[in-house]
Design a protein around this ligand. Structure first.
Ligand code: PHE
Length: 376
């Protein structure tokens, strides 16, 4: 009896040991790197939520290529070194088949060369600076680029708001901010508008009064601040304190509930360009918004929608590749045509950038209000 028990135990253990690696090998691992804590925490949290929801939906329908997907999410706190370490760990130790990373252009520009060198597909949901996908043929994005985003806002300010002079306040520590400032300026001046002041700051600064005082004395009709919500909130508050009453505007970096909380009334009547609006009547948007609200209790912002689309795009490419081989995933992703996402229909151009519409959002009564959609 004792002998039998021993034999039984040995066979149970060996079956377990045999089955365990089979099961582990049976999941397909996808890595994700987002700033879930730190100054841009709402960006990272939204992206993590969106990507998780997409992968859960895929797994509920059986996964892809007969396997479930395991999403490994790392928090980089908006620190480039943390993001680089996370990328190396996910690629070398966890053996992910692809990365959904990062959120901001500056950090994505640090992580992308690592993915490119390792020949691992990196799909950023949100990094809009044109340089990001120029890193190489393994680097893709799910969003439009800032050449377009800057033009959209310049057109809106000049033609719709009919404002002819503008000041620009740029975050010199951010590739995103510098790029967007340049693209806005090019288009606004090409239209016949005039840039009357150009000032700058570093992310994390708390006092913007010196720059804002110079901007005030230049008497612009509009102030363009292509920064992230963490800085834009204090900038708007200080601008109103100094008596600057004209509308301010920016890009997708304004998309955070924290901006509305910190700036309060100072944000009223401001505008920004973005990737999507949860107010859209499109059935795909409404289903996504409903499911997200049910799961997380908040309305999904553009980051949540883009990360959701990015995860689904990647799974679609793995399915069409019929393999988790990274060069096959890369080729399948590049061949994506007419993919229906929450943020629009995605077809990649030769530079692995999708051509998509933008929306203009107005801040009104403490809320984001959809104004218009601009096609490329
Ligand atoms: N586009 C920003 C960047 O490139 C990131 C971002 C996207 C922020 C969408 C908010 C919403 O850095």
């Amino acid at each position: 009896m004792k002998h039998f028990a021993k034999l039984f135990l040995i066979s149970v253990v060996s079956i377990f040991l045999l089955v365990l690696p089979l099961q582990a090998a049976g999941t397909i691992k996808i890595g994700a790197i987002f700033p879930i804590t730190g100054p841009l925490a709402t960006f990272g949290t939204s992206c993590a939520n969106g990507a998780k929801m997409a992968i859960e939906e895929v797994n509920l329908r059986g996964g892809v290529l007969g396997s479930k997907i395991e999403l490994l999410i790392e928090d980089d706190q908006y620190k480039p070194e943390e993001a680089a370490n996370a990328a190396k760990k996910l690629i070398e130790r966890d053996k992910v088949v692809a990365l959904i990373a990062e959120v901001t252009s500056s950090v994505t520009l640090v992580v992308a060369p690592i993915a490119q060198q390792s020949k691992i597909v990196l799909l950023t949901p949100t990094a809009t600076n044109p340089k990001v996908t120029q890193v190489g043929d393994y680097i893709f994005r799910a969003c439009f680029i800032d050449d377009f985003q800057g033009e959209v806002m310049a057109n809106f300010v000049y033609k719709n708001l009919k404002l002819k002079t503008a000041a620009i306040l740029t975050a010199v520590t951010s590739d995103y901010s510098k790029g967007l400032a340049q693209f806005f300026k090019q288009k606004f001046t090409a239209l016949g508008g005039k840039i009357v002041a150009e000032e700058s700051y570093s992310e994390g600064d708390s006092d913007f009064r010196a720059q804002l005082t110079k901007i005030k004395s230049a008497k612009p009709d509009f102030v363009y601040v292509p920064g992230y919500y963490a800085d834009v909130g204090p900038i708007l508050l200080q601008a109103r304190e100094l008596g600057i009453t004209v509308p301010f505007g920016g890009g997708d970096g304004w998309d955070s509930p924290v901006l509305l909380q910190t700036a309060g009334k100072a944000a009223e009547g401001c505008f920004f360009s973005n990737h999507y609006s949860p107010d859209s009547k499109e059935p795909i948007v409404q289903t996504f918004v409903k499911n997200y609200q049910k799961k997380y209790g908040t309305t999904p912002d553009a980051l949540a929608a883009l990360a959701y689309d990015a995860a689904k795009l990647l799974v679609d490419a793995i399915k069409r590749a019929g393999s988790t081989d990274s060069s096959k995933i890369k080729d399948a992703l590049a061949a994506t045509k007419g993919f229906r996402g929450v943020t629009g229909v995605i077809t990649f151009d030769a530079n692995r950038n999708p051509v998509k519409s933008a929306v203009i959002i107005e801040i009104k009564d403490g809320k984001q209000v959809y104004r218009t959609t601009v096609k490329p």
